[in-house]
Ligand binder design. Sequence first.
Ligand SMILES: [Zn+2]
Length: 278
Amino acid sequence: MKLGVDIGGTTVKGALLDGLHFLREREAPTRGREGREAILTSLFSVLDALLEGGEKVEKIGVSSAGNIDPYRGICVYATDNLRGWTGMDIKGVLESRYRVPVQADNDAVCALKGELLFCPGKRNVTMLTFGTGVGGASLVDGEIVRGACFDGARWGHVTLVEGGRQCSCGKRGCAESYLSATALLARGRETIPALKSAKQLFGLYAEGNAAAGEVLREFGVYLNRLLDIIRAEVRPECILLGGGMAQSEEIILSLIEKKTDIAFARLKNRAGIVGACL
Ligand SMILES: [Zn+2]
């Protein structure tokens, strides 16, 4: 049996898996903006709860936002969505606490690995995750592309708008500052001040709300721009959309101009957990 855990900007989700069968699932708020200790407390609470049944666990797989060095299991860089996570020795801390081998990787890379179970034979696939931040990973010619600094998250930080909105990574105009749930909520509040979440914005759009329509059509323009950059750079057979926001499948698809190479994550928000276990 394996434990898989997915550390996102908003929620830590974990599961105990027997093969690909989910035996138990737990989650907790990440409290990522409160710093490293808060994130670790959430992570431990999820793992401890999963271990309550006393099953023998052989390995723990960790999927985490940020740039993760999969060989050392260390977070090389994370934005303030996971404050203080940069430099975090995920593998070391969890191995000393739980006494089983631990592997860690970027969350989009893990989600891609999970989803590849459903893409047999495909050698060029890109996965994008839309949540608190925007993550991305690409399989190119059968290999998962890793930048010099294990930058699995690079699609979230490609420039969509020169000199555009300030991004949490320090640059301007990144995809994440237009296409994350955080960015969409901030943009939505400019015209709908009482807006509570990106999910609510999608709900208003479905009801025909004009202000929500304007915000989401603008979101669509940026989304199509990102998809075109990816098509030009890595020529994927298929671009998979996942993460919390991608659950509004019909609306997202209606905003996309070229739909033939677009598919939605089959494992929904469990893709990272499955990929972490793989
Ligand atoms: Zn950025």
